[in-house]
Design a protein around this ligand. Structure first.
Ligand SMILES: CC(C)(COP(=O)(O)OP(=O)(O)OC[C@H]1O[C@@H](n2cnc3c(N)ncnc32)[C@H](O)[C@@H]1OP(=O)(O)O)[C@@H](O)C(=O)NCCC(=O)NCCS
Length: 251
């Protein structure tokens, strides 16, 4: 019998993928879905879903997140205050499609290499908390943190950090409203339900009735009848030959 492909192997251990586009490193908790194109170092928490045609460059995704189609997170900036924003001024030797052309190699400058912005927004990983929903076609700038429970409306461009449980929309994204009243948000943030094994609640609660679910879970935490969620965790590391090495990190 032939060896299962890496895609089948990954499906068997709890991550659904369509291609091998994991960047340098992907750490994921089981189960997860990653249909996007990843570069750099990324992690995807349990039950999170990255939909088709998302592009992620060094993104930390918590648990129970939904990224709708065509979201773009953490893509690098070009220099905005140099002679040109084009790669020829900043060591675009990484721009592989042009490397075969002498017009390019005789032009591209090595005097100063642009490594991206070093501080503030536009630099660093994108961080999504837990239970974050990005609507279709959302763009999140590098270095931005989106708090637990936040929702970003379709077509938004997120340029600044987003507080937990905010609904945001527009270009640039601005607050539409808080998802729940402040007292409820405080209960969500104290409970941190994404750290708990909610299988104990299956078919026991009406998830549309938020105060009742919070009451129930808070009582279960108090009397110790809910366990922590401990998903199996794996890493996929790219090797120098471009393949991926799968390792078990936990569970
Ligand atoms: C943001 C969203 C969740 C709606 O949130 P809501 O709190 O129910 O918002 P409402 O419909 O009550 O609208 C409130 C205001 O936000 C505005 N708004 C809604 N969606 C917006 C968006 N994507 N961008 C900018 N503004 C938006 C509305 O125009 C309205 O403005 P107004 O008060 O000036 O009239 C929804 O509009 C959305 O974008 N959903 C994403 C759908 C999607 O991509 N699905 C993919 C499947 S995973």
């Amino acid at each position: 019998m032939s060896e299962p492909s890496l895609i089948e192997q990954l499906a068997n251990i709890g991550i659904v993928v369509r291609g091998l586009h994991f960047g340098d490193r992907l750490v994921f908790e089981r189960p997860a879905q990653s249909f996007g194109f990843l570069s750099g170092n990324n992690c995807i928490g349990a039950f999170s879903i990255v939909n088709d045609r998302c592009i992620l460059n060094t993104v930390e995704i918590g648990r129970y997140c939904n990224l709708a189609m065509n979201c773009v997170l953490g893509i690098a900036d070009h220099p905005v205050d140099w002679f040109s924003s084009h790669g020829f001024v900043y060591g675009g030797h990484d721009f592989r499609p042009f490397l075969r052309y002498p017009e390019w190699t005789s032009l591209v400058s090595d005097v100063r290499v642009f490594h991206g912005r070093e501080e503030g927004h536009g630099a660093g990983p994108v961080r999504l908390g837990n239970d974050v929903w990005l609507g279709q076609n959302v763009i999140v700038r590098a270095g931005v943190t989106i708090g637990d429970g936040a929702i970003i409306g379709a077509g938004s461009v997120v340029t600044k950090d987003v507080a937990p449980y905010m609904v945001m929309g527009g270009v640039p994204a601005r607050p539409i409203r808080q998802r729940f009243a402040t007292a409820i948000v405080e209960r969500f943030m104290a409970l941190r339900w994404w750290t708990l094994d909610l299988s104990a609640l299956r078919n026991q609660v009406d998830y549309a009735n938020v105060p009742a679910v919070l009451d129930r879970l808070e009582a279960m935490v108090a009397d110790g009848t809910v366990q922590p969620l401990r998903p199996k965790t794996y890493s996929l590391d790219q090797t120098p030959d471009g393949r991926y090495k799968l390792s078990t990190l936990a569970g």
